[in-house]
Design a protein around this ligand. Structure first.
Ligand SMILES: Nc1ncnc2c1ncn2[C@@H]1O[C@H](COP(=O)(O)OP(=O)(O)OP(=O)(O)O)[C@@H](O)[C@H]1O
Ligand SMILES: [Mg+2]
Length: 582
């Protein structure tokens, strides 16, 4: 898993290598300084040579400068490598997400993907930087300081060995305990993110249902959870500092004590003892850094796993080896097609569908909510694949087409359609990026969107906010239809796309379709009988099956469901629909 993440380093391998090298440079400088310092005391001050003091002092400045430069280099390359890794990870994830099918996205949920792209990557970035800078520096500094101490005085240096051993044990214990809490904290972050994302993206609904308090509470609990976990983890970590300091002072005391004796008996010089004391600090500091690195690794493990999951996810819909690159015509045939969202589910959403639609035909689909209308049309543009059976477009199994070719020819206005932030022109050119202004305007005219666009002060240059929140529901639907029309598809599918459009405009749009794009196969899903009754044929869906398929007159005569709905909608009450019938 870590390997998988590091594979994305690519062009940032060089800074990743340079960082530890710079850091080691810094360590070496840091290690030389105590020796020079000791020499100044022994040979300069005690030896009474001002010349020596100045010379060594100058060397010290040079070494310090070198150390400073190396430190700066380490920081620079470390930042470059870690932010670069983050960028590459995000890009890789984003690229892979673009290939995801609807069922891949169902698996992760959109908000989950956002968390992985943001929080998790930032986590990795931080710990990678830390590891690059410290993972080499800390052990290097420790080992060099240790060796130096042993060279100066093996006897005194063995005090360090004892201290290091003792501290290592304590740290290991503390980090293990804290690591467990940190791991949990990150799982709780997920919940916090989920709560925020859900709330922000659906703020209108939250307000409409006066659920602010409930949402506030939910957030409070999620935030409190994290707070408590962090406090627990940090409580354990705070133990590190007193224990560390205690050990450091104990070492200093011991060295001073034994050192003083040795100086008196001329076994040690004062300068050497000063160097030893500096190394003492160095060694113990490195140990502390090492322990922090362990915490970092624990904390980023979960994030690394979550990122790797997205990078590794294979799209459930792939292009075939030799894809068909042309859709001959707009005919559609369902051949014993069955489908379920969950492969193991016993009750499929669509059961044994057999339908034959000719090119250029206009077909209505009607049926109660959840009867599988959207699922049925989603199979045509291969947003999902059938579980068994097959769907043919233009006489070819949809799984044999190049996916882009197929989707270019099958234009779907999804039930949950969205607009993107940008002008109306920009939004509609999603359908055809080379469309001229005139073509865009013609498509809008067909979708009856021209009337309200022209009334807007900026006309077609009106800026649409993210998600299309600054146009009405019906206006949004009409814009989405226009966008789909611009693709000049062979098959046009409208999934409940005129539900928010008034009946008269709805009829006008359908009339325009019949006159202006007669060759296009049109599939219209609707709840209102009036929206489909003049279609060539109508499919009546009931519990994932085709209950009836025929013209309005035929169905009125021999399909009970259709007749009942027709009577309830056109009859006395006039506003009943499917749901009320059940
Ligand atoms: N992404 C999904 N994952 C799992 N189950 C789903 C998914 N989308 C729909 N379903 C289920 O599939 C069934 C059919 O849903 P579908 O959206 O096709 O109904 P529909 O006829 O379009 O309904 P409506 O008129 O409300 O749009 C429903 O029971 C629904 O719960
Ligand atoms: Mg639907």
């Amino acid at each position: 898993m870590i390997k998988k993440i590091l594979r994305e380093l690519n062009e940032f391998k060089l800074p990743s290598v340079l960082t530890p090298i710079c850091m080691i440079g810094e360590v070496i400088a840091e290690m030389i300084i105590p020796i020079l310092m000791g020499n100044i005391v022994d040979k300069g001050i005690n030896g009474g040579s001002l010349d020596y003091i100045i010379r060594t002092g100058l060397i010290m400045i040079l070494v310090a400068l070198f150390g400073l430069l190396a430190g700066l280099g380490g920081a620079y390359f470390g930042a470059k490598a870690s932010t670069g890794l983050a960028r590459n990870l995000r890009k890789k994830m984003f690229d892979n997400i673009q290939t995801f099918s609807f069922s891949n996205i169902d698996k992760f949920s959109s908000s989950g993907l956002v968390t992985r792209l943001t929080t998790d990557v930032t986590n990795i970035q931080n710990s990678y930087q830390m590891i690059l800078r410290m993972a080499m520096r800390a052990p290097a500094s420790m080992i060099i300081a240790m060796v130096m101490s042993f060279i100066i005085s093996p006897r005194l240096a063995s005090i360090y060995l004892l201290a290091v051993f003792f501290l290592a044990l304590v740290m290991l214990f503390i980090m293990k305990t804290a690591g467990k809490y940190f791991k949990e904290v990150f799982e709780k972050y997920d919940r916090l993110n989920e709560s925020v994302q859900e709330n922000v993206s659906a703020i209108r609904v939250v307000k409409a249902y006066v659920r602010e308090e409930y949402e506030n509470n939910k957030f409070k609990i999620a935030a409190l959870n994290i707070y408590e976990m962090f406090v627990k983890a940090e409580k354990t970590v705070t133990l590190v500092s007193p224990i560390m300091m205690g050990t450091v002072y104990a070492c200093i005391l011991l060295i001073s004590w034994f050192g003083a004796h040795m100086i008196v008996s001329n076994e040690l010089t004062t300068g050497a003892m000063m160097s030893l004391l500096t190394y003492c600090m160095n060694i113990l500091m490195s140990l502390m850094m090492l322990s922090m690195i362990f915490v970092m690794i624990t904390m980023s493990e979960a994030s690394a796993r979550r990122i790797a999951e997205v990078i590794d996810e294979k799209t459930s819909l792939g292009n075939p080896k030799k894809p068909v690159m042309e859709v001959k015509d707009g005919s559609i045939r369902f051949d014993h097609a069955s489908f379920s969202y969950n492969k193991d589910s016993k009750d499929p959403v669509l059961k044994d569908i057999n339908v034959d639609i000719k090119a250029g035909e206009t077909v209505g689909i009607i049926g109660g909510t959840g009867t599988g209308k959207s699922s049925l049309v989603n199979l045509i543009s291969r947003l999902y694949d059938v579980t068994s059976g097959a769907v043919y477009v233009g006489g070819v199994d949809v799984r044999e087409y190049d996916m882009d070719t197929l989707r270019q020819q099958v234009s779907v206005v999804l039930q949950k359609n969205v607009l993107f932030s940008g002008t109306i022109y920009e939004n509609l050119r999603w359908g055809d990026e080379n469309a001229t202004d005139e073509e865009v305007q013609r498509a809008c005219k067909l979708a009856c969107a021209d009337e309200f666009i022209e009334k807007m002060p900026d006309g077609y240059n009106t800026y649409i906010e993210q998600g299309g929140t600054n146009v009405s529901g019906g206006q949004r639907q009409r814009l989405c239809i226009a966008r789909a029309l611009l693709k000049k598809p062979k098959i046009l599918i409208l999934d409940d796309s005129t539900s928010a459009v008034d009946t008269a405009t709805d009829a006008k749009i359908r009339k325009a379709f019949a006159e202006e794009i007669p060759g296009t196969t049109k599939i219209i899903i609707a709840q209102r009988i009036s929206s489909v009754q003049d279609c060539d044929r109508i499919i009546v869906m009931e519990d994932g099956r085709v209950n009836g398929f025929g013209s309005h007159e035929e169905l009125l005569e021999n399909n009970q469901i259709y007749r009942e709905v027709y009577e309830s909608q056109v009859g006395a009450s006039g506003d009943a629909d499917f749901d009320e019938k059940e």
